[in-house]
Design a protein around this ligand. Structure first.
Ligand SMILES: C[S@@+](CC[C@H](N)C(=O)[O-])C[C@H]1O[C@@H](n2cnc3c(N)ncnc32)[C@H](O)[C@@H]1O
Length: 299
């Protein structure tokens, strides 16, 4: 199904990402592991007057179609691949590239994915429980909520959703309502587990955390970040940079740990603490509020 949504993605922490990724370079070869709608790619191409070469990867075919349109002015300076960043080595090999000047990861979902119809990412729409960013993945959200043990669901909601107080109740509510077919079924299961006073006290919708947790599990997002970050330094030129923007403390924790493990041997950490978006940016783009950026340089 072709998805449609007219709210476009606003790229997060663009200024900071470019500052660290380019490190003063005015050209070079870069890999955007999460090309999305091409916002960061376009900013890199603008900042380098089209002299950079960028390999963009994304698991979502339809998002890449939008990137193609957004990057029209820079044809010839970039290539887009509908592949997971986990497979970046395959793409570099195919493109005949040994080492690059920088890798960018801006993990998570784009606004297009969250708001567009068809994949069941949002509690605002009533759709089948899918949540796969990549349709070749085997496990859907329906299989997670209907097939996992209650204790496993509780762990996922607790850890990946940061849903500290209600994770067990939410898991119990999901299990008692099986089978769940749609995002509305999941929304209602969460609603039944969280008392009204708590539900309406929250800044974000009460189902946000559970939906995020199930999505992270379906797409194996934490494992992917971990395994990819560990392999990236081997493909960076000396002085080449990695920049990662994440939206979840567990993702940021992985970046912090991998950078630390590789510091002294392969990487120099450029951000002792993660950078946060400016107040002005958060005011303009609410999605930016939980963003954290870390950067490191190949030694
Ligand atoms: C936050 S958006 C990126 C937005 C982009 N930086 C921009 O400025 O337009 C994250 C993107 O990562 C993609 N993504 C998630 N997991 C991925 C993976 N394993 N490999 C490649 N892309 C992935 C999603 O499909 C989504 O388009």
């Amino acid at each position: 199904m072709s998805r449609q949504y007219d709210e476009h993605h606003r790229s997060v922490m663009v200024h900071e990402a470019l500052l660290y990724l380019l490190g003063g370079r005015v050209d070079g070869t870069y890999v955007d592991c999460t090309a999305g709608e091409g916002g960061h790619m376009k900013a890199i191409l603008e900042a380098t007057n089209g002299r950079a070469r960028i390999i963009g990867l994304d698991v979502d075919r339809e998002v890449l179609d939008i990137a193609e349109q957004n990057l029209e002015d820079y044809r010839g300076s970039y290539e887009l691949f509908n592949l997971s960043y986990v497979d970046f080595e395959i793409v570099l090999k195919q493109a005949g590239i040994d080492k690059v000047d920088g890798f960018l990861l801006d993990v998570g979902l784009s606004t297009f994915q969250l708001k567009s119809k068809g994949r069941g990412f949002s509690y605002e729409l009533d759709e089948p429980l899918d949540m796969r960013m990549n349709l070749s993945l085997k496990t859907t959200a329906a299989e997670v909520v209907n097939g996992y043990k209650e204790s496993e669901l509780a762990r996922i909601v607790f850890e990946y959703g940061d849903e500290k107080r209600f994770a067990r109740k939410i898991a119990r509510s999901i299990v008692s309502r099986r089978p769940l077919y749609t995002t509305k079924d999941l929304h209602d299961a969460v609603k039944a587990a969280i008392p009204p006073a708590e539900r309406y006290k929250r800044k974000r919708h009460f189902a946000t955390r559970t939906f995020q947790a199930i999505r992270i599990e379906v797409n194996q997002e934490l494992e992917n970040i971990d395994s990819t970050l560990k392999r990236i330094p081997g493909f960076l030129k000396q002085g080449g940079r990695i920049v990662i923007i994440s939206f979840h403390s567990l993702e940021d924790g992985i970046a912090k740990r991998v950078f630390r493990e590789k510091s002294n041997s392969e990487l120099k950490i450029l951000t002792k603490k993660p950078l946060r978006p400016s107040e002005e940016e958060v005011e303009l783009n609410l999605r930016a509020r939980s963003a954290r950026l870390r950067a490191a340089e190949r030694i």
